[in-house]
Design a protein around this ligand. Structure first.
Ligand code: HEC
Length: 140
C-alpha cells in the first residue's frame, strides 16, 4: 500500500514537471538559479579546499557569476511595480542589487596573482547576499 502511494506521488510529481512550460517565468528563473548555484559552488569548492584554487579558473567563474547575477530578476513578474507583490518589490530589487554589486566586486578582485585570501571575503559577501534574499523571499 505504501509502495502504491509512493508510486502515485511519483507519478503526480512527474506529471507536474512535464507540464511546466519551459518558457514560463518560473522555469526560466529556476534554470538561471541552477546555473548560479553550480557556478558559485565551483568557486566555493576552491575557497573551501574541495578543489584546488586556481586564479584563472576562479576568475572565469567569478565573471560568469557576475553575468548571471543580473539575469533572474526580469523573470519575477510578481515583483514588478504593478505585480501582486509590488509592496515587496523595492526590498526584492534591493536584495538583487546587493548580489549584483557583490558579484561585480568579486569579479573585479580576481585575476593573475590574486590569492585565495584576497578573494575569500568578496566571495563570502556574495554568499551572504544569496542567503539574505532567500530568507526573505524564497518560498519553502
Ligand atoms: C533577490 C533575491 C535573490 C537572490 C539575491 C538570490 N536568490 Fe536564489 N532564489 C530567489 C527566489 C525568490 C527563489 C525561488 C524561485 C522560484 O520559486 O521560482 C530562488 C531560488 C533559488 C534556487 C532554486 C531554483 C529551483 O530550481 O527551484 C537556487 C539553486 C538559488 N536560488 C540559488 C541562488 C544563489 C546561488 C544565489 C547567489 C549567488 C541566489 N540564489 C541569490 C531569490 C534570490
Amino acid at each position: 500500500m505504501t509502495r502504491f502511494a509512493l508510486a502515485l506521488i511519483a507519478a503526480a510529481l512527474l506529471a507536474g514537471c512535464s507540464k511546466t512550460d519551459p518558457d514560463s517565468p518560473g522555469a526560466q528563473r529556476q534554470a538561471i538559479f541552477k546555473d548560479m548555484l553550480r557556478t558559485s559552488e565551483a568557486l566555493g569548492g576552491m575557497i573551501r579546499g574541495r578543489s584546488s584554487y586556481d586564479a584563472a579558473s576562479f576568475q572565469a567563474g567569478a565573471l560568469k557569476l557576475k553575468a548571471l547575477a543580473s539575469a533572474p530578476w526580469s523573470h519575477f513578474p510578481e515583483f514588478d511595480a504593478s505585480g501582486p507583490s509590488s509592496a515587496g518589490a523595492a526590498d526584492f530589487h534591493a536584495a538583487a542589487q546587493k548580489l549584483e554589486s557583490a558579484a561585480t566586486q568579486l569579479a573585479a578582485q580576481t585575476g593573475t596573482g590574486v590569492t585565495m585570501a584576497d578573494v575569500r571575503p568578496h566571495f563570502a559577501a556574495v554568499e551572504e547576499s544569496c542567503t539574505a534574499c532567500h530568507k526573505q523571499f524564497r518560498p519553502e
